[in-house]
Design a protein around this ligand. Structure first.
Ligand SMILES: Cc1cc2nc3c(=O)[nH]c(=O)nc-3n(C[C@H](O)[C@H](O)[C@H](O)COP(=O)(O)OP(=O)(O)OC[C@H]3O[C@@H](n4cnc5c(N)ncnc54)[C@H](O)[C@@H]3O)c2cc1C
Length: 429
């Protein structure tokens, strides 16, 4: 049965927000009926993309299509419906000694969302994107037919759907390979970098660590311009008698939208100084939840940016131009009135030639969160020009207002017209 509601809806950035009709089908047959009923619609998982990707006047939510269909604890192959949350899998797979090869920095996302954005983690050079570990999926197309896609079967459709932002159809279910772990602990090392050259050096000299992600102090100036901290990690070995239970932590909630003045130059400077000086250099043990999902500890943290919401600008540059490009991006940000609160720098490796829509290219990506102000759109235009000039691209899972060319993807060249989001319409004009 399909329940339908009309509601004001936004993705994680709370911008844009629209009133949409949202259908919640419960079975693949319900999905088929809904797809045939609407002239235009878009599939939506848990709405944890930031911009306008999972938004349209008619939305098909997969949240009630969330059954785990099969899990083989011997081989580590899991199969689930597309609305299954990665978070809900953890209590089943971790006690059996398995974890995700690739996970983004949030666990409350669906399998369908992971495929449609072809998400990446902190280990892209070693493990690639989610598609690297995807075995096959069932896709419901515009004519109501269901197609099985894998590297061997309907392979073109397989690769167009991975990172294809939902434009090829609705993923109904998928099978993917998990990774063996013997402990829920991680060995983590923080490396403090005094300036930007140091920061890139820290990534390069520690390239043998399987996981790495950095924070950049976007307010540092002069000799400390581009200073930051690189957090490295690897899975720990089993400790005798240590149980393999997923380590759930208490969460805190941001119960209401914060006033817009909360994030101001002074509060951000204080926050940055604290992050830099508190980052203990050296090694320590943390658990899986702590390392992979630090932001999940604060529910609704997006409300800290106020009712107007925020923009996450995430771009990736080729290796050869990463240092120069990121330096110029930070200088441009410094000369604007808009100050990013969060910033995450990641190193990326080569991607398979077929993964045409995956966001990461071999080089570095930087994600910057800006409160939505009157001036931020002018800044985004300037950043787009720089990223384009340096041969880069932006991540469509985060995009709300970049120029249509910036995702380096042509929505007219693939997919089906019936599956259309605000994003597709915005960049397809
Ligand atoms: C705090 C935070 C941290 C994040 N960190 C990372 C990160 O490290 N790496 C990274 O890659 N991403 C990251 N993301 C982005 C997030 O992982 C992706 O946007 C992911 O796709 C969200 O999944 P979702 O289920 O919420 O999908 P939604 O946001 O609902 O949808 C995302 C896209 O998938 C499509 N889609 C969803 N379900 C289906 C389906 N069944 N069939 C076809 N298309 C479908 C939608 O149309 C839309 O285009 C982060 C997001 C947040 C909020």
């Amino acid at each position: 049965m399909t329940r339908t509601v009309s509601a004001t809806t936004a993705n994680w950035g709370n911008y844009p927000a629209i009133t949409a009709e949202i259908a919640y089908p419960e079975t693949p047959e319900d999905v088929r009926a809904e797809v045939l009923r609407q002239e235009r619609l878009i599939a939506r998982g848990n709405g944890k993309c930031y911009g306008d990707a999972a938004l349209a006047p008619h939305i098909l939510s997969t949240l009630r299509l969330n059954r785990l269909l099969h899990f083989d604890a011997e081989s580590g192959v899991a199969q689930g419906e597309s609305g299954l949350l990665l978070a809900d899998l953890l209590d089943i797979i971790v006690p059996a000694g398995w974890f995700f090869h690739v996970t983004p920095g949030i666990k409350n996302i669906t399998l369908g969302g992971a495929i449609a954005c072809d998400v990446h983690g902190k280990n892209h050079p070693a493990k690639g994107c989610f598609s690297n570990w995807l075995l096959d999926f069932e896709l419901l197309r515009a004519d109501g037919s269901v197609v099985r896609c894998s590297r061997a079967e309907n392979s073109e459709l397989f690769w167009q759907t991975c990172g294809g932002m939902g434009w090829t159809g609705v993923v109904l279910s998928a099978r993917f390979q998990l990774m063996r772990i013997s402990s829920v602990r991680m060995r983590q090392k923080a490396v403090r970098a005094e300036n930007m050259d140091d920061l890139f050096r820290a990534f390069e000299t520690h390239a043998d660590w399987p996981y790495s992600a950095g924070w950049v102090d976007c307010l540092a100036e002069g000799a400390t311009f581009g200073r930051g901290v690189v957090y490295l990690a690897e899975h720990s070995e089993r400790q005798p008698d240590a149980p393999l239970q997923y380590p759930h932590r208490n969460t805190r909630n941001v119960p209401f939208f914060a006033p817009t003045w909360l994030l101001n130059p002074l509060s951000i400077r204080l926050h940055n100084n604290m992050l830099f000086s508190k980052a203990g250099t050296g090694e320590r043990e943390v658990d899986l939840d702590h390392y992979f999902y630090p932001l999940d500890r604060i529910r609704n943290w997006n409300r800290l940016y106020g009712r107007r919401g925020f923009i996450q600008y995430q771009f990736c540059l080729p290796e050869a131009s990463s240092a120069a490009g990121i330096r110029q991006v930070l200088q441009t940000v410094r000369s604007s009135p808009d100050i990013p609160f969060l910033s995450v720098l990641k190193r990326h490796g080569e991607r398979p030639a077929e993964a045409v829509h995956s966001f990461p290219i071999c080089g570095y990506s930087l994600a910057l969160d800006f409160p939505r102000t009157r001036t931020v759109f002018d800044l985004v235009k300037k950043l787009d020009d720089l990223v384009w000039h340096y041969g880069g691209k932006v991540y469509l899972a985060k995009d709300a207002c970049s120029a249509p060319r910036m995702g380096r993807i042509n929505p007219v060249a693939f997919g089906e017209a019936r599956f259309s989001s605000l994003l597709r319409e915005r960049i397809g004009q």
